[in-house]
Write a protein that binds this ligand. Structure first.
Ligand code: FE2
Ligand code: FE2
Length: 224
């Protein structure tokens, strides 16, 4: 349980912006979906599968331009996007979006691709931190969903076939089991994206330390 409830405390302005942005979107989602967890999952998973693909593409193009190794980031991010798409393929068997939700999905995809790409180009660190925080919220939402299923407020049902095949689940699995494995996936994405943001932070610090060191050496040379 410990691993599931992990929260990354914001350390700098970039983290705070990422957390604020996430909390704002969480508020919108809570207001719109309330306790309709199946519908919430369908709509939000269509958004969740975007950042990995956008980030993967941007790093891919940068790697081509700079002729520099990506250190495995592209594959990790594309795998994340694929995994999120499988969450969607699963939940579409549980809840069918209403027409208004389909309109929201269309608009959200259009807006989110552009917004996330811009954020990524301006601050890669903030962009990964945002996904880290999104995933913290996803873990929380799936815990709430699971609670509703466990207490019988939402009726449990057999796991969709696509989920049984994708996660190699026992044939008698139910929606509860599916929500558990999906929540584990979200916790994994959360950790990866927070780590990516931390690595970028570290690189920035090392760079500025190096710059200061060179400045200091130059000053000493002048003084001597
Ligand atoms: Fe997901
Ligand atoms: Fe996710």
């Amino acid at each position: 349980m410990d691993n599931l409830e992990k929260h990354y405390e914001p350390n700098n302005l970039s983290d705070k912006i990422a957390l604020g942005f996430t909390k704002f979107l969480r508020f919108l989602a809570d207001t719109f979906f309330k306790k309709r967890y199946g519908h919430r999952a369908v709509v939000l998973e269509t958004v969740a599968a975007v950042p990995g693909m956008v980030a993967g593409m941007i790093i891919h193009l940068r790697s081509l331009r700079k002729m520099q190794d990506d250190k495995g980031w592209i594959k990790t991010l594309l795998d994340e996007a694929e995994n999120e798409r499988m969450h969607l393929m699963t939940f579409i068997n549980v809840a069918k979006p209403t027409w208004i939700e389909r309109v929201i999905i269309l608009m959200a995809q259009f807006i989110f691709i552009i917004t996330y790409a811009i954020i990524y180009l301006i601050s890669q660190r903030t962009a990964h931190r945002i996904v880290g925080y999104f995933e913290e919220e996803a873990v929380r939402s799936y815990t709430e969903y699971l609670h509703e299923l466990e207490t019988g407020k939402i009726e449990d049902e057999p796991a969709p076939e696509v989920a049984v095949n994708y996660w190699n689940l026992p044939l008698n699995s139910t929606l509860k089991d599916v929500v558990r494995v999906i929540r584990d996936d979200e916790a994994g994405h959360r950790d990866v994206n927070h780590q990516f943001a931390d690595l970028i932070n570290l690189r920035k610090k090392q760079k500025s330390n190096k710059k200061n060191q060179i400045k200091k050496e130059d000053q000493e040379k002048i003084l001597n």
